[in-house]
Design a protein around this ligand. Structure first.
Ligand code: ATP
Length: 278
């Protein structure tokens, strides 16, 4: 594992978030998640991996109770945080419990300045001095944002907008951050920078992360543990290092295949068929 806390240490920590066998249906008919289970230990970086449409965003939205706006609902299974069922809470109550989601696509208030955007993240809090201190903390992790604090967010770059989105989440003093596709649309160097900051926040501030990512390569270098989703099911999970070394993951998710990427599940059933025929 790349310089992160030893897995054994992270895995033995208290589980904060537990998703148990959930099913999600959109518009009463479209079954998207078909029994997804995962657990997120305190102080860990857990990656939720998979290609386009695998169900990563849906899983994060199910956790933060954002499905209703999309006509989606959790129809089976349970979601708990610190042992307490949270799937009936509204998103704001979940934020008060310490769980916040950074949505895919780096949503910013384009007409507000960078600093005003960050301050919107502190809306659940009172203590002005503490909020000021946290703003400084955010600027320490994202010095670029300090330089651009007075700029209108709409005129900042994609990387800066991703930083604003994460910084705004930090302003709510979260214990757990659900981060959706932080690498999306960013140049490789910026992706490394963002993941490096996530790692520092994890190690120095003790922030727990569940991050959804299509970029398996980078996610498995920074995460402690990973779950691979395909067509709404977890097809594999394990320590990040073990997944990185797994031949199937290497072949189908880390771009080390000559044939291009196939479905992981297709390959597994193909192998099963081959065994059966031989
Ligand atoms: P991406 O990286 O492309 O966002 P993802 O793994 O996050 O992929 P989801 O966005 O969770 O995948 O989508 C999973 C499946 O659910 C897809 O087939 C998608 O078309 C479907 N889906 C997502 N949102 C809705 C919706 N509001 N109504 C109906 N189907 C939806």
């Amino acid at each position: 594992m790349l310089d992160s806390a030893p897995l054994t240490e992270v895995a033995s920590r208290e589980v904060l978030l537990e998703v148990n066998n959930i099913e999600v249906i959109y518009n009463h008919v479209i079954l998207v998640l078909k029994g997804v289970s995962l657990s997120v230990p305190k102080g860990g970086i857990t990656a939720l991996l998979g290609g386009n449409g695998a169900g990563k965003t849906t899983t994060l939205k199910a956790i933060s109770n954002l499905l209703q706006a999309e006509r989606g609902e959790v129809t089976k299974g349970t979601i708990s945080y610190r042992g307490e069922r949270v799937q009936d809470l509204d998103p704001a109550s979940l934020v008060k419990k310490g769980v916040i989601q950074v949505m895919e696509g780096r949503h910013c208030f384009e007409h507000l300045t960078v600093e005003e955007n960050l301050m919107t993240g502190a809306y659940t809090r009172s203590g002005r001095a503490e909020v000021e201190a946290d703003l400084e903390m955010v600027y320490q992790y994202f010095p670029r944002l300090k330089l651009r604090r007075k700029s209108q967010a709409g005129y900042t770059s994609g990387g800066e907008q991703q930083m604003i989105a994460i910084g705004r989440a930090l302003m709510s003093r979260p214990e757990t951050i659900l981060l959706d596709e932080p690498s999306m649309g960013l140049a490789p160097q910026l992706v490394e920078e963002i993941f490096g900051i996530v790692k520092s926040l994890n190690e120095e501030q003790g922030a727990t992360f569940l991050l959804a990512e299509q970029n398996t390569n980078v996610a498995l270098r920074f995460a402690h543990y990973g779950y691979i989703l395909e067509s709404g099911r977890v097809v594999m999970d394990g320590a990040a290092q073990a997944l990185r070394e797994n031949p199937d993951v290497k072949e189908f998710y880390l771009g080390m295949s000559d044939e291009g990427r196939k479905s992981f599940r297709d390959v597994r059933s193909y192998r099963r068929r081959k065994r059966w025929l031989s």
